[in-house]
Design a protein around this ligand. Structure first.
Ligand SMILES: Cc1cc2nc3c(=O)[nH]c(=O)nc-3n(C[C@H](O)[C@H](O)[C@H](O)COP(=O)(O)O)c2cc1C
Length: 180
């Protein structure tokens, strides 16, 4: 079965992006995929300095190895100033073609304001440059502060169904394009 790695680009304690990642991961797992979530809040990652080696930061290799061994990725970004968060961009910058080329990615954005596709579109452009295939299905969770129930479920049934379709497409496309 396919291996999927999930990464969310928020370091906030009660992050809705991390919540959305948890939901997406559950759905992908329910379809039989193996899922590993890399919680960047628990990892020590430096800013990318353009070098290849980060001997003082073993988590860089952990990130790279996990992504290398995956067939697909769930990438969740909070929308920050109309785009991808620096946290997620930096995690991607710490990797190269070696890890990301040919992988399949499903993209989710989480916003404080109205749902839109700004950060998702920008993330697609970044992934084109890392030669990562982005699936066509995507989910934007607007007004995240009122989008989740106390149990962490999505309150909007249509959005929840969209997440199901997203998960199905991610697993199916990762299977079709798997390299490992
Ligand atoms: C630096 C910064 C910039 C933000 N810019 C936007 C924005 O452009 N559009 C928007 O809808 N929300 C914006 N927000 C709100 C966040 O998207 C929102 O709080 C979201 O829930 C953050 O994700 P998290 O809950 O995973 O931390 C911004 C928040 C921060 C901290």
């Amino acid at each position: 079965m396919v291996k999927i790695v999930g990464i969310a680009g928020s370091l906030r304690a009660n992050s809705y992006s991390q919540m959305a990642l948890g939901l997406a991961a559950q759905r992908v797992q329910a379809l039989g995929a193996e899922v590993e979530i890399l919680d960047l809040r628990k990892m020590q990652l430096p800013f990318c300095d353009g070098g290849d080696e980060y001997p003082d930061y073993p988590d860089v290799k952990r990130l790279q190895d996990a992504v290398s061994n995956a067939d697909g990725l769930i990438l969740v970004t909070p929308e920050y100033h109309g785009s991808v968060s620096g946290v997620l961009k930096n995690a991607l910058d710490l990797m190269s073609f070696e890890q990301l080329s040919g992988k399949v990615a499903g993209l989710i954005s989480v916003l404080g304001g109205q749902s839109n596709s700004n950060a998702l579109n920008d993330l697609r452009v970044i992934l084109r440059w890392t030669h990562t295939w982005s699936i066509l299905e995507q989910v934007a969770i607007g007004q995240a502060w009122k989008a989740f129930s106390a149990e962490g479920k999505l309150l909007d049934e249509k959005l929840s169904q969209r997440l199901d379709q997203f998960a199905e497409s991610l697993v199916e496309t990762s299977q079709k394009l798997r390299k490992n």
